[in-house]
Each structure stands twice: as C-alpha cells, then as structure tokens.
Design a protein around this ligand. Structure first.
Ligand code: PLP
Length: 357
C-alpha cells in the first residue's frame, strides 16, 4: 500500500522500535520491571523514562515539565479540566479532543472563528473574563499553521492560560513559545501509539484527572510503560535532528502532488501550511467511491468525522465550505518515509479515478 495518511498516524521509526525492545524483555531479562520499584531493575527502567522525558522536553520550551499520559487526548483533557478554568475560548478548527472537552467544561465556550484560509486572526477577540484560550499549532485536517505565539502573548496579557495542541507540529516546527500548556502525541511523530505528553509551564497548577499511586508528580497515576516512553523519547530526538531536511523533503512531495492534482482546489492556506498536508476538493467528487476504487492507497476523506456518522467536517465548514464541497474533499498526508515515486503513482491514479467519475 502507498501510505498517505500521516496526519492520522505515522509509522514507527526503526530507531524508536529499537529503543523500545529492551523494555519489553520477558523472563530471563529484567527490562519488564516496574519503573516505580526500588530494586536495580526498577531503577534502570525509571532511568530510561527520565532519559525519554529529557528527549521529549527538548522539543518544548524551557521552564516547564513533561507529564507522560496515555494519549494527546488525555493530555488535553488534563490541561482543560485540570486547570480549573471555567470560562473558555477555543478555535473553531480544534480537534474534538479540545472542542468536546471545552464544551463539557463550559457549554458556553467562545468559539474563535477562522478565515477562508483556515487561519485564526492573531488579533481575534475573546470575551472578557476568559480563563483559558486554546488554539492548535497545526490543523490536522488542512495543515494550516496558526499564529500561536502572538495569541499566547495576548492570552497571558489578559490573564488567561494558553493551551496549545501541538500534536501535528511537535518535532516539526519550533515549540509554541509563550504557551502555558502544550499537548503532544508520540504516534504523530514516528513514535508508538498509547503515549502522549502534557508540557506544563512552571508555576501553572493542575489538579489530576486520574487518582491512584501518585505517579507523574501526582498528576497522572498509573504505572508508566518504559517501552512506550523510550520509543517516544527516541522518536522525539530523531525528529529534532532531522526536522529541516524532512521539511524540504515534504515540500518537494507537496509541490509534485499539487501539480499532479491540478484539477482540484486547495482547502486552506498554501503559504501558512505544513507541507506534509494536502487537502483538496473537486466539484461533485464522490469521495467514498474514489476511496473504494483505490483501496491500496491510504488517504483520507477530507470530511473525516470522528464517528463515521457522515457529518461534514467542522474544519471545512469553518473555512466556509458547504456540506457538498466538504464531502468532495480529500486529505493526502506525506511523511518521512514517503518516496517521490509513490506520490507520483498515487496522485496520477487519484486524478484519473476522479476524472472518470
Ligand atoms: N489533536 C490533534 C490535532 C490530532 O490530530 C489528534 C489525533 O488525531 C489528537 C489531538 C489526539 O491525539 P491522540 O491520538 O494521541 O489522542
């Protein structure tokens, strides 16, 4: 299969897999030990977790701590619910992990609009008395890069916390400076599934969602997986060292794919965009048919919805598309291991199948 769905998840980097293996050791080895136990094998596992924590922290600003969680969804829930903020403002194009959590805490949460390019205005207004503002770094559906540094500065000046969902930007772009809370997910940066992290600026107080053994500084009880932490850490270190070369590689793939799919219209800004994401629409396109014609190409419906209910994407609606245009959209996501020949083959076949409808 040609895998072009890197916003959904990324393949595990071989380096991350290697880093995980010693901590999956069964009988005969000691890598399986509980990292919270005091004997030598437990200490070794705990030390591996601390190395991984440093590697993840290196993707993030100075002056904060990394709390490992089970996913970015959990990190975002911990940030929003744990902050104690009651009056929230979130962008219209946030992932459901932010939107739904914000609405659960504050049914009147202010929804910050985006323009037709899929960008939040750095000067966008939120209601007086807002206690937490959340805007993502890179949108998962249309790849647009938000002015999070400027928004964080304004939130801080107004006395609100700023939460940034950096899931799609971490390890690729500079960390969102000025944020108070930043959420990450290992499986979007070539690490394993089942682990995320919340970065918390020093001085920001949180209350836990999960109570128990008091791990993760009392904020997230539950035995940590040294293997998942080590895989996350190795993936973070690799992302950091390869970031510039990878962005150039993705930009070349993006340009080729955009040219091959010239009959489609781009969704979202071309300029303020992560080049690993190409979201396109075509008048009257039957995306379900296209996907069933091309089962060996892993791409996604641009109108992806969490539940498969067929609801058009809230992101595409937020940029002004009607339900029909949103339903005629596809998302193609390139990654580190995607080759140019794969992109050419996939896009040629997508263009031909779309034209034949
Ligand atoms: N935020 C964004 C922007 C995402 O793309 C995703 C995953 O799709 C998440 C949050 C949730 O991440 P996780 O799968 O680690 O819960």
């Amino acid at each position: 299969m040609i895998y072009l769905d890197h916003q959904a998840t990324t393949p595990l980097a071989p380096e991350a897999r290697e880093a995980m293996l010693p901590w999956l050791d069964g009988p005969g080895g000691t890598g399986f030990a509980n990292p919270h136990s005091p004997y030598r094998a437990g200490r070794a596992a705990a030390a591996a977790i601390e190395v991984a924590r440093e590697q993840v922290a290196a993707l993030l600003p100075p002056g904060g701590r990394v709390i490992f969680t089970g996913s970015a969804t959990e990190a975002l829930n911990l940030a929003i619910k744990g902050s104690g903020a009651r009056r929230l403002a979130v962008s219209a194009i946030e992932h459901a992990a932010v939107l739904d959590t914000a609405r659960a805490v504050d049914p009147q949460a202010a929804i910050l609009p985006v323009d037709a390019e899929g960008l939040v205005d750095a000067a966008v207004a939120w209601p007086d008395g807002t206690e937490l503002v959340a805007v993502m770094q890179v949108n998962n559906e249309i790849g647009t890069i938000q002015p999070v540094e400027a928004l964080a500065e304004r939130a801080r000046a107004g006395g609100a916390l700023f939460l940034c969902d950096a899931v799609q930007g971490a390890g690729k772009l500079m960390a969102p400076a000025g944020a108070d809370l930043i959420a990450l997910s290992a499986h979007k940066l070539y690490g394993p599934k089942g682990i995320g992290a919340l970065w918390v600026r020093d001085g920001v107080g949180l209350t836990p969602l999960i109570h128990g053994g008091g791990q993760e500084q009392g904020l997230r009880s539950g035995t940590l997986s040294p293997a998942l932490c080590a895989g996350f850490g190795a993936a973070a270190a690799l992302a950091r060292s390869n970031a510039a070369a990878e962005e150039r590689h993705l930009a070349a793939l993006w340009a080729e794919a955009r040219a091959a799919l010239g009959g489609f219209t781009l969704n979202g800004s071309a300029a303020r965009r992560w080049p690993g994401n190409l979201n396109l629409r075509r008048e009257g396109l039957d995306v379900a048919r296209l996907m069933s014609d091309l089962r060996d190409i892993g791409f996604s419906a641009g109108s992806a919805c969490a539940s498969g209910s067929g609801r058009p994407s809230h992101v595409l609606q937020a940029i002004g598309l009607d339900a029909r245009a949103a339903r005629g959209s596809i998302r193609i996501g390139f990654g580190r291991y995607t080759g140019m020949s794969e992109v050419i083959e996939a896009c040629t076949r997508i263009a031909a199948a779309a034209a034949a409808q």
